[in-house]
Design a protein around this ligand. Sequence first.
Ligand code: GTP
Ligand code: SPV
Ligand code: MN
Length: 591
Amino acid sequence: MSEYKRSASSLDALNQWVLEVAQLAKPDRIHWCDGSDVENDALVAQMLADGTLIKLNERTHPDSYLHRSHPDDVARVEHLTFVCTSDRDDAGPNNHWMAPDQARQQMKSLFDGCMKGRTMYVVPYCMGPIDSPLSRCGVEITDSPYVVANMRIMTRMGAAALARIEREGSFVKGLHSTGELDPDRRFIMHFPEDLEIQSFGSGYGGNALLGKKCHALRIASHQARKEGWLDEHMLILGIENPKGETHYVAAAFPSACGKTNLAMLIPPEGYRKDGWKISTIGDDICWMRPGKDGRLYAINPEAGFFGVAPGTSEKSNPNALASIQQNTIFTNVAVTDDNQPWWEGLDKRVPVTDWKGNAYDASATHPAAHPNSRFTVSAKECPSYSPHAEDAQGVPISAIVFGGRRASLVPLVFEARDWTHGVLVGAAMGSETTAAATGAVGVMRRDPMAMKPFCGYNFADYFDHWLSFDKPGAKLPKIFHVNWFRKGEGGDFLWPGFGDNMRVLEWMLKRVDGAAGAVETPIGNLPDPVDINLDGVELTAEAREKLFGYDRAGWASEFEHIGEYLQEYGARMPDALNGEQTRITHELSIG
Ligand code: GTP
Ligand code: SPV
Ligand code: MN
């Protein structure tokens, strides 16, 4: 690996690779993307002509388009996603593994001639502000103009990225073809030792926009470990208090578990009157590294949002809704009679066409929009987007939050007692699966730090890497765990969520400042309801008990499962985490 060696011949290396790929894939044409408006206009015109995009209502949604995926290609495919390290144990039990030679062989036969009759696009991109030392570049070769249009929104794509690649002499190589969209000929392969990605047979989101999950999470996780930083599936938001001080918080929730919503939160009215303000740095990925002062500084490597449409409304997420009124690509949403995009939870209208393009009416029994339908939009369209998202040095993080979708057991919020405990809290995260990946929905699984599908190496080593940040001079953020999804006996959510999550954020920041109380328990420090501002929130007695209480017997059983989970990693699991699990299990047993 020569990723940070300066090399005058970096563009030669790129040209050479493009040539090799062209010889294999045999496209009719090669187009080097410069990211310009002219280029984008031409691509959009071409996609409108061949039906890849459908124009939406120009009056209500100017410059916005609908794309319908193949019905078998609507989510990430974790069972077809591989990490190909030379040593199987480096990928760990948390990844599917294939030997690099075998994977390359298999992919070579799939890519052979796959671009005949197609244009091959060469897409240089930068993950992170173009002038930030924390940013990293890549080049995606793809035969999908839809991917090009999305990459242009999601990354700093084009000429400036190419110039940085030339300057730096390093880039991640991503090769993508939609192939025939055949689920039986679909693979997402990662070669972290060579900084390479090969993706075949899907045109969807995380499978195909290689800058996102493949590069900025799986490949970058290796770079982060080697270079001493953290690469996370986290949103980043700024919270300005009435005194004008801003704290930044990073939060890891699994796919479709609330990152976009928390990142764009609008505080309840009382908070707004008092002067609280929220700003959005990022909604999905966070790269952070220790600064000279010992604090962790974070950037959002992305430039746009690929957000979940269902559930997005004027009530739940007004900032997201405002962002997607123009210049947006919608994927797999439904359409109203006047050609506006629509999804479940938006409003009371009934669409006339479902996500597959079939007629739809009120008697239908299936959702009109796909549950994993998405919008792609530039972060600049978001009213709460922070100017500090462009800061080259990143923003200092005061608190890290972990959270999952847990109908039972897990209270609204608790605080880890120290960094090691916090790492265990992250490692022990569980969450019910969602439509963001193919497979069953609503099944509880361990999803450590929301990175189960995204950590490109052995989780045991990843936890060890996290633990290594606790060293002399470090000024680490406090770590918390939240659960917005606790349900009551009747099956309803007990916590109002969305804007009201501000109340929980305020408690966290007070804890950071040493200004709020908490009750110490074996699982961590819980707020007493009096510690949290609940003005204007009506909670039933059941809600209070379940959101703020802790069920010792339930947690004792949870910790047994956590212990079993950690054991799956064998001797590689850091002693400190096993020790922490043993300590808490013991405390739970004595009351
Ligand atoms: P990815 O983009 O897949 O990584 O997901 P994400 O974590 O950004 O998820 P997102 O914010 O888009 O939320 C997914 C779903 O959770 C949406 O349907 C939201 O309406 C719902 N949701 C978000 N926040 C809350 C909350 O506080 N309470 C409840 N009940 N639902 C929420
Ligand atoms: C997720 O699934 O966590 C996403 C969407 O953010 S995708 O880009 O498809 O991975
Ligand atoms: Mn995500």
